[in-house]
Design a protein around this ligand. Structure first.
Ligand code: C2E
Ligand code: CA
Ligand code: CA
Length: 599
């Protein structure tokens, strides 16, 4: 490639001088982002840049901040040209933000003000250079851009050397605080939860004395690798001190999520390390501080995570504490719920309830959805919304899900024995269960043992589960479809899947989410959406079920618009198996095959 050839030529000229800084090869084509709200300025700069001799340029132009965010999300740039008039807040504050947004690409500012007035504050706020527009020429523009890119590249290399911990290769405290600061700004803007976890090895001094420095260093390196393995790529890891590490967890769904990541990491680190053919087991203590609860600045949050870690040290090893007492209470409550739920599954406190699905055309029950309940010995009936999130976080959702499939198949077999041959039994599959490696194998075993007509079994999956990995979905649905089961897309309309994607999957039914049905008779948007879903689905020969139908008006609307089936309190809530049987029997229009109607 042209850039590589140029690099070779230059390095050949300079070879023989090993002490020099690694050679910086100017990119052949510079990607330049221009932020100005004056279209003529864009054309003018375009002309000047076209005449540059030392580089080619690709100029992307945006005129406002939302377009800027979009461009920066899609691409990275070598340099940003910013007309200081284009902003809606203090230019120097904005400059700081721009530097972060542009992933630290150098920002060259343009303005009508004189250099004398502007240069100093611009440099202080992190700008790479300043050009007064009245002096702007092709030579000045080319030189300023070229020098900014070169300076940036040299600084970056120097920074990399001084900011990396030499033993572990991860960043040190200084860079970490800077990253934390940037992560806080991002969290603030996106209204997301951020967690900082501070880890410290228990009794490290003793380990150091016992092993000697070299082996202790080896332990630190191995421990770093394990931490890295347990983290997502976007999580930032740093070595803060000799035996101290910190991790930034961004985009957490909620504060309590930090608890799960920390438990997982502590469990990974408690596995033995093999050092000089000897097994070594260590314990660690961790402290968690979250933004915004634990403070507004990076220093505060780090300090508070450190303080929480010191609290954890008072307990036996592998403990962690939140900086906020109320979080510790919440974690304790959740751990209690998880433990109780484990007992519930083992001791048979879970029940399956069944909610009828009714064909609109003839008012007949054509199927039902299986919905889980927890009959708690002292707290009474607990609804899934109260325990499924905890089951999901602890991984218990997978064994729970298999219990549901098993119970649903047992009851389906009983129904088939009673002559209800045509009812479709729908079972919810959670995201985690769908991606369980043993799904097809386990479902096959359960179905085989239950001795049911598999054509009556339908799995409900959400859009997020189906669209997360479409290749996997294709394969998995294909395998299960071979057993005879069918699939429906649950909560349709709440995700992002398009009919183009749905078309590729073997889905026989779409369930329109209750949130659209709620106001279908009063909100024009919902009315239009529901009509469109029904018509698009029918074009693909897909059956449509409306969820959460509560009144006659909604039912009439769905009837008029040719929806196939409804499910909702208008007909019945979810019922225990025996009550569901009574419902089937008393529903005048649905008589099981082979049963005579008397009177
Ligand atoms: P979902 O799959 O969307 O289930 C429909 C929910 O809507 C059920 O709540 C049902 O009782 C409720 N519903 C149905 N008709 C009406 C109505 O007319 N009005 C109102 N207000 N609600 C109605 P439920 O049983 O509390 O389940 C909530 C969620 O928990 C389910 O939403 C599903 O995501 C999950 N879930 C329930 N059982 C299972 C299960 O066995 N496995 C898995 N993975 N998830 C389950
Ligand atoms: Ca469902
Ligand atoms: Ca649903």
């Amino acid at each position: 490639m042209a850039g590589e050839c140029q690099g070779k030529r230059m390095s050949e000229q300079m070879s023989g001088n090993d002490d020099m800084l690694p050679l910086i090869v100017e990119p052949e084509t510079l990607k330049i982002l221009l932020l100005t709200n004056e279209p003529t300025e864009h054309l003018w700069l375009r002309c000047l840049l076209d005449r540059a001799e030392s580089f080619n340029s690709q100029l992307a132009w945006c005129s406002d901040l939302s377009a800027l965010h979009e461009l920066l999300n899609q691409d990275s740039f070598d340099v940003v040209l910013w007309d200081c008039n284009c902003r809606d807040e203090d230019p120097l504050v904005f400059l700081g933000l721009l530097a972060i947004e542009s992933d630290q690409a150098p920002v060259i500012c343009l303005s009508a003000e004189s250099e004398r007035q502007m240069s100093k504050p611009i440099f202080q706020a992190g700008g790479a250079d300043y050009i007064c527009k009245s002096l702007l020429s092709e030579v000045l523009l080319e030189r300023t851009i070229r020098n900014a890119v070169l300076r940036h590249s040299v600084n970056h290399q120097k920074d990399t050397r001084s900011h990396i911990d030499t033993l572990t290769g991860i960043v040190n405290r200084r860079v970490f605080l800077d990253r934390l600061h940037q992560a806080i700004l991002r969290s603030e803007r996106n209204k997301e939860v951020l967690g900082l976890v501070f880890f410290n090895i228990d009794d490290f001094r003793r380990i150091n004395d016992a092993l000697g420095y070299r082996s202790a260093d080896q332990l630190i390196t191995m421990l770093t690798s394990r931490l890295r393995e347990g983290l997502r790529r976007s999580d930032s890891l740093a070595r803060i001190g000799g035996d101290e590490f910190a991790v930034i967890l961004e985009n957490l769904d909620n504060t309590i999520d930090a608890n799960h990541v920390t438990s997982k990491l502590l469990a990974m680190l408690s596995e033995p390390f093999i050092i000089s053919h000897r097994q070594l087991v260590i314990t660690m203590s961790a402290g968690i501080a979250t933004f915004p609860e634990a403070g507004q600045t990076s220093e505060h949050i780090l300090k508070h995570a450190n303080r929480a870690m010191l609290d954890a040290k008072r307990e036996q090893g592998n403990s962690f504490h939140f900086y906020h007492q109320k979080m510790n209470v919440a974690v304790e409550r959740e751990l209690e719920l998880e433990a109780e739920f484990r007992t519930a599954l083992r001791d048979g406190q879970l029940r399956l309830y069944y909610q009828p699905r009714v064909s609109i055309a003839n008012d007949q029950v054509v199927g039902y959805e299986s919905l889980i309940r927890w009959e708690h010995p002292t707290k009474g009936l607990i609804m899934p919304d109260q325990f499924i999130p905890a089951a999901e976080r602890s991984g218990m959702i997978v064994p729970m899900g298999y219990w549901v499939v098993e119970q649903a198949c047992r009851d389906l077999a009983r129904l088939q024995e009673l002559g209800y041959d045509d009812l479709v039994c729908a079972v919810n599959l959670s995201f985690r269960q769908f991606y369980d490696k043993k799904l097809s194998e386990t479902v096959f075993r359960i179905i085989y043992n239950a001795d049911i007509n598999t054509g009556n079994l339908e799995f409900e999956l959400t859009e997020s589960a189906m669209m997360y990995d479409q290749e996997y979905t294709q394969n998995c649905l294909g395998q299960l479809a071979q057993l005879g089961v069918s699939f429906s897309l649950d909560d349709f309309g709440t995700g992002y899947s398009s009919f183009a994607n749905i078309q590729k999957l073997p889905i026989s039914t779409i369930k329109i989410d209750k949130s659209f049905i709620d106001n279908v008779c009063t909100n024009v948007d919902d009315e239009v959406i529901v009509k469109a879903i029904i018509s698009l689905a029918h074009n693909l020969q897909i059956n449509v079920v409306a969820e959460g139908v509560e009144d006659k008006e909604q039912l009439n609307f769905l009837l008029t618009n040719h929806c196939d089936e409804v499910q909702g309190y208008y007909y019945s809530k979810a019922l225990k198996f025996e009550s569901f049987l009574n419902y089937l029997e008393s529903s005048q229009s649905q008589w099981p095959a082979g049963i005579d109607v008397i009177g």
